[in-house]
Design a protein around this ligand. Structure first.
Ligand code: SF4
Ligand code: SF4
Length: 442
């Protein structure tokens, strides 16, 4: 093992100042095991990513002299010992992490908030931070530099004046201005993918739901929409977007709401009205897919694409995370299959975590799921949750085959499978050369 070429451990002092260590080597965690990242999974920290500390939790590193992983509650510097804490990266969208931050989770005292946590180190040769990750999408629309609030505010006021009685527009104005939701901002900028929240309720109880938290986790980031908009309120907003925006997508179920499948009749009616008004643009439905017959109705109402969320394709693990009420994982799989059979571009929103989604049983189950449903795309989303809490709830022990290896395996068995991170316009559902498509450099 040539330690000199491996990235170095990053750690933080008690105040959160971040340092690289001259000797100890960066480690990452797959499930509950510390590992040294493979070269193929080390990429420069993407622009617009953030570094965090994992409060009061010692980092783990590879000690080349002792040839073992060590926990480092303190580090000696200038002859003095100082208390240190682990460092984690929160990456810009479009990248899937392949390793969790390596730290001594047994000594973690706080429940970490709903962010995704990625292993990060310092690469002396490249003179940059590196993360254990792989790029899965090239869409750069979501770059923060595209969201200048000085341009946004006048547009929000203008649109509110144009539609003074539309409660949904009022809600989205709050999403854009108070919650700084990029998707909601797109609606006012009239471009790209815009959200259509419709549902105050959900029939899942996800451990890491961003819009409603049961008391055994931590506070949610955003508040759920409190009412069901009418089909007229929805179409008043969606039709101009579909007709005038560049690369237009309107998406149901885009975030801080329950699940739109519980408002399927309203959503179907609104979609029929949109398609009566225009054939332009892409209409997308994001959902837990809990009711296959409602999915069938929504396909026939005029959806172009559907994306179904899941943390695992193993029923047991799905149940532990989603805690479904009145439906089963088999219903979700049936929904994916129906959407594909109805000719829609069909995706899964795969909420991944190293150690769970690269477990050999999960990989085999995923291959079977792809074969059985015909799904087109796997959106590789980093599950935002405390990794230790999640591993414990999922009963993870040990490590998987590696996220990169898992993605390679799937691509080898199904070259037509697309990886991605964002929804697509219908012109881009099946791009040329999709057998390649991944890995993406940069
Ligand atoms: S994702 Fe959340 S904040 Fe954004 S538009 Fe939807 S409901 Fe609003
Ligand atoms: S399916 Fe979505 S809205 Fe429902 S509990 Fe899960 S994350 Fe929350």
């Amino acid at each position: 093992m040539k330690n000199r070429k491996m990235p170095k451990l990053l750690y933080a002092d008690a105040k959160g100042n971040i340092f690289d260590h001259p000797d100890f080597v960066m480690a990452g965690m797959n499930g509950t095991e510390a590992v040294i990242p493979e070269n193929v999974e080390l990429i420069p920290l993407p622009e617009d990513s953030r570094l965090f500390t994992i409060p009061d939790t010692p980092p783990l590193a590879w000690d080349g002299k002792q040839r073992k992983f060590v926990s480092l509650p303190t580090i000696r510097e200038n002859g003095r010992s100082k208390k240190v804490q682990a460092v984690s990266a929160f990456m810009a969208p479009g990248y899937v992490r392949t390793l969790l931050p390596a730290c001594d989770y047994s000594r973690k005292k706080v429940h970490l908030p709903l962010w995704s946590y990625t292993a990060v180190g310092w690469d002396e040769e490249r003179d940059c931070f590196v993360v254990a990750a792989s790029r899965v999408d090239t869409n750069e629309n979501w770059n923060p530099s595209n969201y200048d609030d000085r341009k946004l505010d006048p547009l929000v006021r203008k649109r509110l004046r144009e539609m003074p009685d539309n409660r949904l527009l009022e809600q989205l104005a709050r999403c854009a201005v108070d919650y700084h939701c990029f998707a909601a901002k797109n609606l006012f900028f009239r471009r790209w993918e815009a959200p259509i929240p419709t549902s105050p309720s959900c029939n899942s109880r996800c451990l890491g739901c961003i819009s409603l938290q049961p008391s055994d986790c931590c506070p949610s980031n955003h508040e759920r929409i409190q009412f069901v908009p009418t089909p007229e309120e929805i179409t008043e907003i969606a039709v101009p977007h579909l007709m005038q925006a560049p690369d237009p997508i309107v998406s149901y179920g885009q975030g801080c709401e329950g699940d739109p499948i519980l408002q399927a009749e309203t959503v179907a009616e609104a979609t029929r009205k949109m398609r009566a008004a225009t054939s332009c643009g892409t209409i997308n439905f994001n959902s837990n897919g809990s009711f296959p017959e409602k999915v069938r109705m929504l396909c026939d109402a005029g959806m172009d694409s559907m994306r179904f969320s899941m943390n695992s394709v193993r029923e047991d693990l799905y149940n532990r995370y989603y805690r479904p009420v009145g439906y089963a994982f088999a219903d979700v799989a049936a929904s994916v299959k129906i959407a594909k059979e109805r000719g829609l571009f069909t995706m899964i929103n795969y909420l991944v975590s190293p150690g769970v989604n690269d477990h050999p049983d999960e990989v085999e189950a995923l291959l079977e799921f792809i074969e059985a449903t015909g799904v087109d795309m796997i959106q590789m989303r980093n599950l935002s949750i405390d990794p230790d809490f999640y591993n414990k709830r999922m009963g993870v022990k040990g490590r998987g085959i590696g996220m990169y290896r898992m993605m390679e395996r799937v691509k080898k068995e199904f070259p037509r499978i697309q990886y991605g991170y964002f929804n697509r316009t219908r012109e881009n559902f099946y791009p040329e050369g999709l057998e390649k498509g991944w890995p993406i450099q940069g």
